[in-house]
Design a protein around this ligand. Sequence first.
Ligand SMILES: Nc1ncnc2c1ncn2[C@@H]1O[C@H](COP(=O)(O)OP(=O)(O)OP(=O)(O)O)[C@@H](O)[C@H]1O
Ligand SMILES: [Mg+2]
Length: 304
Amino acid sequence: MLDVRDLRMRYGTLDVLTGVSFQAQRGEILTLLGPNGAGKTTIIEILEGFRLRSDGDVLVLGVDPATADEAWRARIGVVLQSWRDHGKWRVGELLEHLGRYYAPYSSEGRKRPLTVNELVEMVDLGPYRNQRIATLSGGQRRRMDVAIGIVGRPELLFLDEPTAGFDPQARRDFHDLVRRLSGLEGTTILLTTHDLDEAEKLAHRIMVLAGGRIVANGSAEELAAQVAGQSEVRWRHNGNRFAETTDDAVSFVRRLLAEDGPTISDLEVRRPSLEETYMAMVQHHEAGRVADAVAVADFGGQGQ
Ligand SMILES: Nc1ncnc2c1ncn2[C@@H]1O[C@H](COP(=O)(O)OP(=O)(O)OP(=O)(O)O)[C@@H](O)[C@H]1O
Ligand SMILES: [Mg+2]
């Protein structure tokens, strides 16, 4: 569904992507994590065909987005990080209107578009169907964005920070919707988020973008193992508390119990959380980039 190889993007003199590669299969849910300004929106906009890349090979549904046609576009759904238009339209009207663009691309296996009824039910906007978009709350507006993204029953869906502004219930409903799209419809989903808990709960695979590259690509457990594999073991012995960091918790605990088993209580093994893993990765790779920039500046300064 997605095949990205050595993707590069430069804005003026700023190298934002310096060699990004990844693939995605049908029905996979991928999350793209990375600090502000890492280039997540840039990647998504290139894959959607909204932005022209500087270099690299990109295939989206087997086609280069830079030269793709309307039939290709009809198979893809997009929720941008921010768009503020269509304010005067009513919820139901706009979904009906947008749906018409997809009708010619309907097939036996994949009926297009989804009906307005289906859409407002899926994103829980039923009571607001006749309300003007400009008067929706932030979270309602974001749900409308999601409805717009899936109106054409996409095979591939890009979501750029879709849950920003969602309350906990809306967030949970959205996660159910994403799982439903992936499981029942076989939709491949690439989404960005700053919510690590969301990434961990939702994604089959997490990718971390830092320093212009994908520095990690795997499940939350695989990422944790990649950073250091250090776990913390805590226990109580004769009323005193102890803690020890180890890269082999099982052997450590086995030894501990063999030596002092009967007098040990409150034994606990803590693996690094995704947040700790993520922070360690980003700090490591962003530090590399800053060091490069300083080295270049120093070098430039010597010639003056
Ligand atoms: N059109 C543009 N022209 C010049 N620089 C740009 C342009 N678009 C983005 N950038 C720069 O490219 C970098 C990556 O931006 P991008 O929006 O892709 O980041 P992001 O990972 O989506 O960040 P955020 O988490 O804040 O949404 C930033 O430093 C940004 O300032
Ligand atoms: Mg962004």
